[in-house]
Design a protein around this ligand. Structure first.
Ligand SMILES: [Zn+2]
Length: 374
């Protein structure tokens, strides 16, 4: 049993207190904790992460273990290894490797919740940094993907032929449906959101604003449909490169309690500037921005502890930012066993010092050794 003292970060605010846990949280007591200038938060949940520490989901089991360990060093206690658009067999191999990692668990790493299938069912017109191996969501391909039993979130373009049927199948399989990498109209996006909601599912934008069209008076587009919907969750990449602060504030205004922070991190996350790779394409990381040769942002090198600091720098409260990193992504993925500091939930816990640097991380009550190279 472990007991931590500090400021407990809850949806209702910050309270001096104690947290006691084994594998799950046993007690949460509000008591004066004089002199403790540190914060105790629920572990971060990253629903969109390709890589880190030199590893990538597309590498297979070793890559997934590497990224899960690297991100755990930064407070992420649960994650969805995320595939990239690639030749079909490689995508299926990555899903099977994710299933293996989820079944075995990763010692000293984040819990593997399942896979985020980002592509290949996306628009060739809105690839962003995805390689041009897009495919249509045919029933046969969907069966292959769903048969792996590991997909927990998907990103697709709703204007593709077959997309609405695909959405219904994904929702029926309990998969969160992400709208992204899309050239859809307002009407096409609205039809997709209706299909998700009519089937009882949860919709999410995939890295809102990035790899989708703009909002205009006579054509509200994807953005207009996504931001105008009152149920849709949103992913934001808060790395200081992908989004203007004004765009972040607009999303928070439109979707209170439904904004999640993701890393969208690629293999070079945690390694500093230099040459790297994404989906078979060369990438150069300069000043914390990862770009393809054509200048497109190639994912990020973000970790969620840095996203937290970036959100605080925008003037958000620690309680709200913690929600965007834990409680909200848990709700978007229908995870009932984690995401808050609450008795009975998994003991996924992050301790930050007064400068918001990660001091301690616990995954299901087990302390992650920090400072260990992935
Ligand atoms: Zn993407």
């Amino acid at each position: 049993m472990t007991t931590l003292r500090g400021q407990l970060v809850t949806p209702a605010g910050l309270h001096d207190g104690e947290l006691t846990f084994g594998r799950s949280i046993e007690a949460l007591t509000v008591t004066p904790a004089p002199g403790t200038r540190r914060y105790i938060l629920p572990g971060f949940i990253d629903a969109h992460v390709h890589g880190g520490g030199g590893g990538d989901t597309m590498d297979g089991l070793l890559g997934i273990e590497t990224l899960a360990r690297m991100h755990a060093q930064h407070g992420t206690t649960s994650l969805l290894p995320t595939t990239i658009t690639n030749p079909w067999d490689r995508v299926l191999d990555a899903l099977n490797a994710t299933r293996q990692a989820a079944t075995q668990g990763v010692q000293g790493g984040a819990d593997i919740l399942g896979a985020h299938l980002e592509g290949p069912f996306i628009s060739p017109q809105r690839l962003g940094a995805q390689p041009p191996n897009t495919l249509l969501p045919t029933p046969e391909r969907l069966r292959k993907v769903l048969d792996t039993g590991i997909v927990r979130a998907v990103t697709l373009a709703p204007e593709l032929p077959g997309a609405l049927d695909a959405i219904r199948l994904f929702v029926a399989a309990g998969v969160r449906v992400g709208i992204g990498h899309t050239a859809a109209s307002f009407e096409q996006t609205r039809a997709a959101l209706d299909a998700v909601q009519d089937a009882g599912g949860r919709a999410c934008s995939t890295h809102l604003y990035n790899a989708m069209g703009a909002l205009q008076g006579r054509e509200p587009g994807v953005l207009g449909a996504l931001l105008g919907d009152e149920h849709t969750f949103h992913e934001l990449i808060l790395d200081g490169h992908h989004l203007h602060p004004g765009s972040v504030r607009l999303a928070l205004h439109c979707a209170p309690g439904r904004v999640t922070l993701i890393s969208d991190a690629m293999r070079a996350a945690g390694l500093g500037d230099g040459e790297s790779e994404l989906g078979g394409q060369p990438v150069r990381v300069i000043g914390g921005a990862a770009r393809l040769e054509n200048g497109s942002l190639a994912g990020s090198v973000l970790t969620l502890d840095v996203a937290l600091k970036n959100a605080l720098a925008l003037g958000l409260s620690l309680s709200d930012v913690s929600g965007m990193l834990s409680g909200t992504p848990a709700r978007s993925l229908n995870l009932l066993d984690r995401g808050r500091l609450e008795v009975g939930l998994r003991a996924d816990v992050v301790v930050l010092d007064e400068a918001f640097e990660v001091q301690e991380v616990y995954v299901a009550g087990e302390r992650v050794p920090l400072g260990v190279k992935a």
